[in-house]
Design a protein around this ligand. Structure first.
Ligand code: FMN
Length: 353
């Protein structure tokens, strides 16, 4: 009874306000503003909770993903120092010590989690030592002896693919590579029809290998691809996404891209996960296109509730943010795509002189 009275009271007020356009516009405008602020705050609140939990390197919350990321972060500074142009000078004392400290403390765990990474770190220390010695950069022996002792205690087989630095491979003739890239980017369009055939694992693995060559901040490689191929699981997952109606069900695979916040030292880097993931995604879809696999990126603009639901459904760690969803499958023989015209280059390139 009370509820009915309350409702009709509200309706009466609304009717009165609507009768005065000026007041109604003010009311409507204020309501929209408040709604915008509420959505914004809820979104940022969720981001802060996630980022606060994962994006911080501290011993008490150190796990293997963060350890490996910090190892890369440190030894990559040495790698960069090794290729700096100009006269050679002493460099890399802090990162060299940090690299050795991490390997001393967590070497076994790193070795079992990612033996390639372990060998790459050792190869970098070897190159660093050789540079210090060959160029007589460390006259006061601030670091050389420690590196020598460290390496002597670890006889690790160094295979050519981890040796650093290495010569940048020559490109094909420039005109040829430009033409190839031009063809490739024009051949990639968002495809919303697919052959039902399964895409073989070796193609997917090769495309991921190519995507892994994308740049990432300090080479920390936060990206992962969760592949869903089971029809029921696909449908369940796609029901959480709002942009696949009418075609999502046709794709034989759904790839969910994540970016791991444990790879970043603190919230100053808060935008990097998505940037790195976006670069990975671009290479991934171009690589897939070289195998005749069509893709359609799907937004992951969801509420925190849906995001949590997706994490549970796919068993994704809390530290990994879902950045994008990609539908993928072989392109049908006849395939229409929107023109999706691009802005004029003059609206993109601003020459500042
Ligand atoms: C992050 C991202 C999210 C997207 N989300 C959707 C989506 O939810 N549904 C859809 O049909 N297309 C989606 N797209 C595809 C875009 O509509 C498409 O890339 C754009 O119109 C340009 O067309 P093109 O990819 O064919 O060149 C998305 C693309 C990106 C990069």
């Amino acid at each position: 009874m009370e509820l009915v009275e309350n409702k009709s009271f509200k309706a009466a007020i609304k009717k009165n306000i609507q009768a005065v356009p000026f007041v109604w516009n003010m009311y409507w405008g204020a309501k929209q503003q408040l709604l915008r602020i509420a959505i914004l705050l809820r979104g940022y609140g969720y981001d802060i909770r996630c980022t606060y939990k994962s994006m911080f390197w501290a011993p008490q919350q150190y796990d293997i993903r963060s350890i490996c990321a910090e190892l890369i972060f440190q030894y990559h500074k040495l790698e960069k120092g090794l290729v700096m142009p100009g006269e050679a000078r002493l460099f890399g004392l802090d990162p060299a010590n940090a690299t050795m400290n991490i390997l001393e403390k967590h070497g076994d765990a790193i070795l079992s989690a990612d033996a390639y990474l372990f060998r790459a770190a050792i190869a970098t220390l070897i190159a660093y030592r050789d540079k210090l010695v060959d160029f007589k950069l460390d006259a006061k022996d601030q670091i050389t002896s420690r590196v020598q002792r460290f390496l002597a205690a670890r006889q690790v087989a160094i295979t050519p693919e981890v040796i650093t630095p290495h010569a940048l491979p020559a490109l094909l003739a420039q005109t040829e590579t430009s033409a190839m890239f031009d063809n490739l980017v024009k051949a990639r369009r968002s495809v919303r029809a697919y052959k039902p055939d399964v895409v073989p694992q070796d193609i997917l693995r090769k495309a991921i290998e190519m995507a892994q060559l994308s740049p990432s901040a300090c080479n920390r490689q936060p990206s992962k691809v969760y592949l869903i191929s089971d029809a029921e699981k696909k449908a369940q997952f796609l029901s959480l996404q709002n942009g696949n109606r009418g075609f999502g069900h046709l794709a034989p695979h759904v790839a969910v891209l994540t970016t791991d916040e444990r790879c970043y030292f603190n919230a100053m880097e808060r935008h990097e996960p998505y940037i790195d993931s976006g670069m990975f995604a671009m290479s991934f879809i171009l690589a897939l296109r070289t195998f005749d696999v069509g893709t359609c990126c799907l937004n992951w603009c969801v509420t925190s509730k849906t995001d949590i639901q997706a994490h549970k459904m796919l068993n994704i760690a809390d530290s990994e943010r879902i950045s994008m969803v990609i539908l993928l499958g072989f392109i049908p023989d006849e395939c229409q795509v929107p023109r999706s015209a691009r802005r004029d280059v003059d609206n993109v390139l601003i020459n500042l002189g």
